[in-house]
Design a protein around this ligand. Structure first.
Ligand code: URA
Length: 231
């Protein structure tokens, strides 16, 4: 990430701290459907729908990952979802199947969703990167920069109420912050008219089983916010 992006991220969090008392849970009078808002950095004109968009980018070779992937992993779920989950990048299973979060981390994500009465059909799931980094290494800044117009376009088309960043890479890419997870998680962060929640990546819970209660707590918060706008 560039220095500009770093300082933007820091400023975002500093500003947030100033207005912390003024960040409210969504007003239940807020309309359940949001107007489409073209996010800065999205590709314009916006595609009519996600399928059209997927078809237009699924052969992408703008970065090196386009030459090593098996399948392009666009996203999965309800294109009208009010909640979008953003992971880091496809892993081995996702690369083979072309669907995000189908491996062990995906099974845990399904369980966390089920724990609050939601399923993958209720939400939309995608990643910052659409192609697998070899050996599941961390995304390179140039890969994030190259791929982020795709994510921003998806989010503009779906126009959800809530974004859930799964792990620090998703939070860094979306919010432009390097703040540690313990500062970010469990809070409702306003971003471009949406509410952002940051939680640990499900893979973290696979390796730190005792921490899964934290994830469950974050999903309960998500569910209560979702119920507010659905009331
Ligand atoms: N981890 C991610 O971040 N995304 C996936 O799709 C799978 C595992």
């Amino acid at each position: 990430m560039t220095n500009d992006a770093h300082s933007l991220g820091r400023r975002y969090l500093e500003t947030l701290a100033l207005f912390e008392d003024e960040i409210h849970l969504p007003d239940s009078t807020k309309p359940a459907t949001r107007e489409r808002h073209v996010l800065r950095g999205a590709i314009e004109p916006l595609p009519d729908d996600l399928a059209v968009f997927n078809n237009s980018i699924c052969t992408c070779t703008k970065c090196a990952l386009g030459h090593t992937r098996t399948k392009f992993v666009f996203g999965d779920g309800n294109p009208q979802a009010k909640i979008v989950f953003i992971g880091e990048a496809p892993g081995q299973d996702e690369d083979v199947q072309g669907i995000p979060f189908v491996g062990r981390a995906g099974q845990l994500l399904n369980q966390l969703l089920a724990g609050v009465g939601l399923s993958r059909r209720d939400v939309y799931i995608c990643n910052v990167l659409k192609c697998r980094p070899p050996g599941n290494r961390d995304p390179e800044p140039v890969e994030v920069d190259t791929c982020s117009p795709y994510l921003l376009t998806q989010l503009s088309v779906i126009s959800p109420n809530f974004l859930v960043c799964l792990g620090r890479h998703a939070a860094a890419a979306l919010l432009g912050t390097q703040a540690p997870m313990k500062e970010l998680r469990g809070r409702v962060l306003p971003w471009n008219g949406m509410q952002v929640l940051v939680t640990y990546h499900p893979a973290y819970y696979l390796h730190n089983g005792s921490q899964t209660a934290i994830g469950e707590q974050d999903f309960r918060l998500l569910r209560s916010l979702y119920d507010e706008i659905s009331a």
